[in-house]
Design a protein around this ligand. Structure first.
Ligand code: C2G
Length: 132
């Protein structure tokens, strides 16, 4: 049983998130996601449109995701990898190199991001769309 672990805010769930999670599901049998809490996003300096509990509900509705747990700080990853029995730690390559320190306990991989889409871009598009 190969478990793949990843982390993110997954705000305004979009095709970039879906394609990443699908590729993670192709890498193993089980995908577990550390979803950033609203408080942690404040620490990350990220504003979120969708509250944590709804972002978790949406992630769990994704067929590529098996389990979601809260990501509330930068320091919890090592403990998470061990608790989840993760074999692969994977993130989009905007994080390339940032989590190599975990490579003593898990295989660390960075996957190409999907170009042309981001939660910020979705917000701008919605904001600029003509009033219905
Ligand atoms: N992603 C992607 N393509 C996009 C947008 C995002 O592949 N067009 C990937 C990111 O690289 C990340 C995941 O989707 O691996 C989640 O993206 P975010 O929700 O933006 O996550 P982030 O805010 O980068 O939080 O401790 C790690 C952080 O919690 C990651």
């Amino acid at each position: 049983m190969t478990t793949v672990i990843t982390y993110g805010t997954f705000d305004l769930f979009h095709v970039g998130h879906v394609r990443l999670l699908k590729r993670l599901a192709d890498l193993g049998d089980r995908v577990v996601v550390g979803c950033s809490t609203d408080e942690f996003n404040r620490i990350k300096g990220k504003s979120v449109a969708i509250p944590y509990d709804q972002r978790v509900e949406i992630l769990l509705a994704c067929r590529f995701v098996n389990h979601v747990f809260p990501e509330s700080n930068w320091e919890q990853k090592r403990e998470d990898v061990l608790r989840e029995g993760a074999n692969i730690f994977a993130m989009g390559d905007d994080w390339a190199g940032k989590f190599d320190f975990l490579s003593d306990i898990v295989k660390v991989v960075y996957l190409r991001r999907t170009e042309g889409i981001s939660s910020t871009q979705v917000k701008v598009t919605v904001r600029e769309s003509p009033k219905q």
